[in-house]
Design a protein around this ligand. Structure first.
Ligand code: XBP
Ligand code: MG
Length: 255
């Protein structure tokens, strides 16, 4: 049986509920700045989350939901420009502390580190967004806690492709079967399982109906002492919130 050595965290939807009140707002502000009458409401954004990556999501929107957009300029330049401005808006939202970590995330990160496990990040989002989220929620010093922050365009193919997790594994030099991933979405689970990494899901409003096949355990969140979490499917946990011992047991059940 392999020993659990490292935890790899997804970011959006896992560390924090960033999509509805963060990324979505930032996209709409960028569209407004460009005098585009595009408004991604909560329902439409939930559909657009089928595609990971902000630039890819704008392309998906144009090709599937706004096919009559008539633009005589270079559409790729427009998308890159919109996304760069969106990222500025999103970072500003984070810096205003508009987004907080999900239940149990800070607690478990501290417990995992205290237990001597390594931690990393593997995310589709833009690196600047990860830096801003970690700084605004855990403090700038926390950036050094992560052995690897694998993010965004660093790999050619985004989730559900396994590339970002493969990249992270290579950087940290720890085999997939000695790691455990926290993810929140079907695309994320396809990606982490594609990299052969045991995976635990904390679902959310946008992903609760996703297909999490391949995940060992699906939870509603990581729980706090005064905020019990629920196991939705898969391996149980001992108490009302996820502990390092739970992670070691869940990881052992996968090997
Ligand atoms: C979620 C994503 C990201 C964000 C938007 O990433 O798919 O694209 O929605 O961020 P993950 P960008 O769940 O892997 O953390 O606009 O910077 O792509
Ligand atoms: Mg996610």
């Amino acid at each position: 049986m392999t020993e659990l050595k490292a935890i790899i965290f997804d970011v959006d939807g896992t560390l924090a509920e960033t999509e509805r009140d963060g990324h979505r707002i930032a996209f709409n502000r960028a569209f407004s700045d460009a005098d585009l009458d595009w408004n991604w409401d909560e329902a439409l954004y939930g559909k657009l989350l089928a595609v990971t990556g902000g630039k890819e999501r704008i392309r998906y929107f144009l090709s599937n939901f706004h096919t009559d957009f008539d633009y005589d300029g270079d559409i790729e330049l427009l998308i890159v420009s919109l996304h760069a401005n969106k990222t500025k808006h999103y970072v500003s939202l984070l810096e205003s502390h508009a987004i907080t970590l999900r239940p149990g995330v800070e607690r478990l990160i501290n417990e995992v580190r205290k237990a001597g496990l390594r931690i990393s990040i593997a995310t589709t989002t833009t690196p600047a967004n990860v830096t801003a989220l970690v700084k605004s929620t855990l403090g700038e010093q926390a950036l050094a806690w992560f052995d690897c922050i694998a993010a965004g365009d660093i790999v050619p193919a985004k989730k559900p492709a396994p590339d970002i997790f493969d990249y992270c594994l290579e950087k940290i030099g720890i085999p997939a079967d000695e790691c455990l991933v926290f993810e929140d979405s079907a695309n994320g689970v396809l990606s982490s399982c594609g990299a052969n990494i045991p995976t635990v899901v904390t679902s959310n409003n946008y992903t609760q109906d996703d297909d999490f096949s391949g995940a060992i355990t699906v939870l509603d969140h990581l729980g706090e002492v005064d905020l019990p979490c629920q196991v939705i499917s898969g391996q149980a946990i001992a108490g009302n919130y996820v502990t390092v011992d739970d992670l070691k047991r869940i990881h052992a059940s996968a090997s």
